[in-house]
Design a protein around this ligand. Structure first.
Ligand code: T68
Length: 833
């Protein structure tokens, strides 16, 4: 039974006056006006768009809360297994539009708002993106939360409540400039739970203590204590009452720590310094994607978040009164990459040091509870923490890691006697100077299952970086769950017209919950009327983007041109440099064309967007080259409409929502074997665009589903990469001639001071062309020619796009979550009445 503070006889009153959800336009409007007038203390005389947005958001928030309370009560009551998704990043974007759509109330709200004197599009724009993530990994976590709720799974997300999310990007004189993203001014979607706090310790020392029975245990004490405060956000499912919880932790000085003695005795400054030191922990998201920097504050963030979350999870489990042996029947914890790996150590510490279980019994529970998802094979991204750093910050955890390693290596030694090489290869501790802890190895050893995020990637981790662990644990511990994206946000919300057109053909919006139903579109792929409607929607989405480009950059682009988009974090492995080199090559070709030749050319708009990590000099240089090329090309009268180059400032989730529907072609062109999955490839195809891409990540499975004729693949295969790199290292290669021309042009100063770009050129030559731009360049250009040819035939193009969308059912995050639930978590849904 659920505990209640209200005695039984008095509960009737509560039930009689229980909050109810608005369901008509009138009721909605009444709620909005009430919130504007009371919650916000405004009136019809001073209600601007922000106030109107706030009123609408608060009205929907009330609906969310009612469902949220119901869900939490129902889930507690049935007391089934829950999954906890631990992620340092949740890239949620905006909430209002998603809440309206998931509650199937947007049409009502649009009309209601319009009668109150506002346009819903304008109100939606008032909301700040919740940008607590870098890129794919953080957005995946957000899509998974949407699917978990939509499929009625009892699930909580746990993360950090950063005061500053990913920085805002400004482009000044062609260069990226970072501006802090303070997003908490007005955030109606979060609920501070000041009563839910956890004290977290750092530093200190470990003391052995012996009790009256002669049992020894470890006591960690004498450290500095920081308090974690919970902030909760409701996560509504689509067309269901299930509303799950995202709990983010914020740091503040623990009540004992903020020193009132100092404060009163005049040492005000140092008392404020203590406060700031505590608050620093959750102050800012590290802005790096696919790179490990190893800073102490990052380690503090990780432990702070993991310890608070585990305390919370264990507290909830203990309330159920079950035996420890049932823990992993009630709890699954998924580790989103290695960032939360300390959770493995922390649970072992709680069970052994606090709950006094035997080591082996505790370790059994731990290894039945965790699952680890790997998102990268790039060596520079694999987390390693320096032993002295951990020794100082988390002395007891280091002991547990050493013991874990010892027991693990002993078991390996028993099974593979005398293979000293193997032991040193799989040791959690790398014998470098200083020694470092290989977090991925710890995550594998402490988890029940390990998964990659696309087939190729899951194969690669088994045959390269984690090969030895497949030998040791057997192949069944390693599995694949190909990523997916939520079709609610990435089709229905981002592209309402296309969603409606599809629903008209398929007889309703059920496809949003069972995306395989899209295959019902196949039979309309040849239908000329349907093709026309389809392409018309694409055109309108391109017009909207053209207007945005004009308004924000002044560049005028022709919406009939082929829109070629590459938007994602800027990284050498993603090869935006190859894209811009290709653009330069096209520019040089146009400069040489006759009038007649120009007439036959398909006009193009090359659109780039994405953030560079602030310390990633090469990535910043790539941005500078794109902006430099755009200045030259866009102003060259020889070129006119045939080629425009645009850099979209500050790419984020809400911009992705209008970019994905507006592409004819998008670029997913990483060096084979480097992009674990990619998820924007899925979003672009789902919105009726084609892709040009390498045989990498999920591109391979997309090809398998939609068919080779509906994707433009090029370049070398992952299996060739080692040999090609080897050839470069030993100087056995010549640069591709077209690429040579591009480099010459840059070096001539056509795009401004060539010194600025020397790093990029250098990477291709003396740098050994690690990302194989030269090797893939000819095939890249040839494939772009095929794209141009294909685009000339509008009907054939429309046919390809429709056929591709009809085969995208596999790439919903619902399918991914079902696979996790069945193969990894053993989780059952809970239906809320
Ligand atoms: C991405 N990883 C993969 N990492 O690159 C992408 N890294 O292929 C995949 O589709 C996606 O994960 C989802 O699986 C990232 O986004 C990071 O952002 C990151 C953040 C911190 C440290 C390291």
């Amino acid at each position: 039974s659920i505990e209640s503070s209200i005695p039984q006889p008095l509960r009737e009153k509560w039930r009689k006056f229980a909050a109810t959800e608005f369901s008509t336009k009138d009721e909605f409007q009444k709620e909005v006006v009430k919130h504007v007038e009371t919650t916000l203390a405004r009136s019809l005389y001073n209600c601007d768009e922000l106030a109107a947005y706030s009123g609408v958001a608060l009205a929907f928030r009330d609906r969310l809360i009612i469902d949220w309370n119901k869900t939490q009560q129902a889930q507690t009551f049935v007391d089934q297994k829950r999954v906890y998704y631990l992620s340092l990043e949740f890239l949620m974007g905006r909430t209002l539009d998603n809440a309206m759509l998931n509650h199937r109330m947007k049409d009502t709200a649009v009309e209601g708002v319009s009668e109150l004197g506002f346009r819903m599009e304008d109100l939606i724009e008032q909301e700040h993106d919740a940008a607590l993530g870098n890129g794919g990994l953080g957005r995946l976590a957000a899509c998974f939360l949407d699917s978990l709720a939509s499929l009625n799974y009892p699930a909580w997300g746990y993360g950090l409540r950063y005061r500053y999310g990913i920085f805002k990007q400004e482009i000044i004189d062609g260069y990226q400039v970072e501006v802090p993203d303070y997003w908490l001014d007005f955030n109606p979607w979060e609920f501070p739970r000041h009563e839910i706090t956890v004290d977290i310790m750092f530093y200190g020392y470990v003391r052995k203590s012996t009790d009256e029975n002669g049992q020894t245990s470890h006591v960690w004490e004498g450290g500095e204590v920081v308090q974690a405060v919970a902030y909760d956000s409701p996560i509504p499912g689509f067309a269901t009452s299930t509303t799950n919880n995202l709990r983010l932790w914020s740091s503040k000085p623990s009540s004992g720590e903020f020193d009132f003695q100092k404060f009163n005795s005049g040492d005000y400054e140092s008392s404020v310094r203590d406060q700031q030191r505590a608050e620093t922990i959750s102050a800012v998201l590290y802005p790096n994607d696919n790179i490990d920097v190893g800073k102490e504050l990052r380690l503090k963030q990780q432990y702070f978040w993991v310890a608070a979350s585990l305390y919370d999870i264990v507290r909830r489990f203990k309330k159920s009164g079950r035996a420890w042996s049932e823990f992993s029947d009630q709890v699954s914890i998924q580790l989103n990459d290695t960032h939360p790996t300390l959770a493995i150590v922390e649970l072992q510490r709680i069970l052994v040091d606090k709950e006094h279980l035997e080591w082996d019994e505790a370790w059994n529970i731990v290894t039945q509870t965790f699952g680890y998802t790997n998102h990268t094979v790039l060596p520079e991204a694999l987390e390693k923490w320096s032993v002295p750093l951990v020794q100082n910050l988390l002395p007891r955890h280091l002991q547990i890691i050493y013991d874990t390693n010892l027991f693990f290596l002993q078991s390996v030694e028993r099974r593979f006697p005398k293979d000293r090489e193997l032991l040193s290869r799989v040791s959690i501790i790398e014998e470098s100077n200083p020694q470092v802890i290989r977090m991925a190895y710890l995550a594998i050893i402490g988890s029940k299952k390990v998964n990659g995020v696309a087939e190729l990637h899951s194969d690669l981790i088994k045959t390269t970086i984690f090969k030895d662990f497949v030998t040791i644990f057997g192949p069944d511990k390693f599995t694949n769950v190909t990523n997916g994206v939520t079709p609610r946000r990435w089709l229905h919300q981002a592209n309402p017209e296309l969603s409606k057109l599809i629903a008209d053909k398929l007889g309703g919006f059920t496809f949003l919950k069972d995306l395989t139903l899209l295959n019902g579109l196949e039979k309309y792929a040849d239908d000329k009327e349907f093709q026309k409607d389809w392409m018309h929607i694409k055109f309108r989405n391109k017009q909207r983007l053209a207007k945005y480009i004009k308004d924000t950059t002044g560049i005028v682009v022709n919406p009939s041109a082929l829109f070629d988009i590459q938007v994602k974090r800027i990284h050498e492995y993603k090869r935006q440099q190859m894209n811009i080199f290709g653009v330069i090559s096209r520019y040089l070709a146009i400069k040489k064309m006759t009038k007649e030749e120009k007439k036959k050319l398909v006009p193009r708009v090359s659109i780039f967007g994405g953030k560079a990590a602030p310390g990633y000099w090469m990535a910043k240089t790539i941005i500078r080259l794109v902006t430099a090329v755009s200045e030259v090309v866009n102003n060259d009268p020889d070129v006119g409409d045939l080629l425009k180059v645009v850099f979209i400032e500050d790419y984020n989730v809400s911009k992705a929502e209008f970019l994905c529907p507006a592409s004819d072609l998008s670029e997913h062109i990483s060096t084979a074997g480097t992009e674990a999955s990619g998820t924007s490839n899925m979003k672009f195809v789902l919105n009726g665009g084609l892709i040009i891409g390498t045989c990498d990540g999920a591109n391979i499975e997309i090809t398998r589903e939609i068919g080779e004729d509906r994707i433009f693949l090029f370049g070398h295969l992952a299996e060739d990469v080692d040999d090609l790199r080897h050839a470069h290292r030993f100087g056995k290669t010549e640069m591709d001639p077209a690429l040579r021309q591009v480099c010459d042009e840059i070096e001539k100063g056509t795009f401004g001071d060539p010194g600025v770009f020397s790093g990029l050129i250098h990477a291709l030559t003396d740098g050994g062309d690690y990302y194989l731009v030269s090797d893939d360049f000819a095939s890249y250009l040839a494939t772009h020619k095929l794209v141009d040819e294909a685009f000339k035939n509008e009907e054939a193009w429309a046919h390809k796009c429709i056929m591709a969308v009809s085969a995208m059912g596999f790439f919903t995050s619902d399918r991914a979550i079902l696979e996790y639930a069945e193969n990894i978590w053993n989780l059952e849904p809970v239906v809320v009445a």
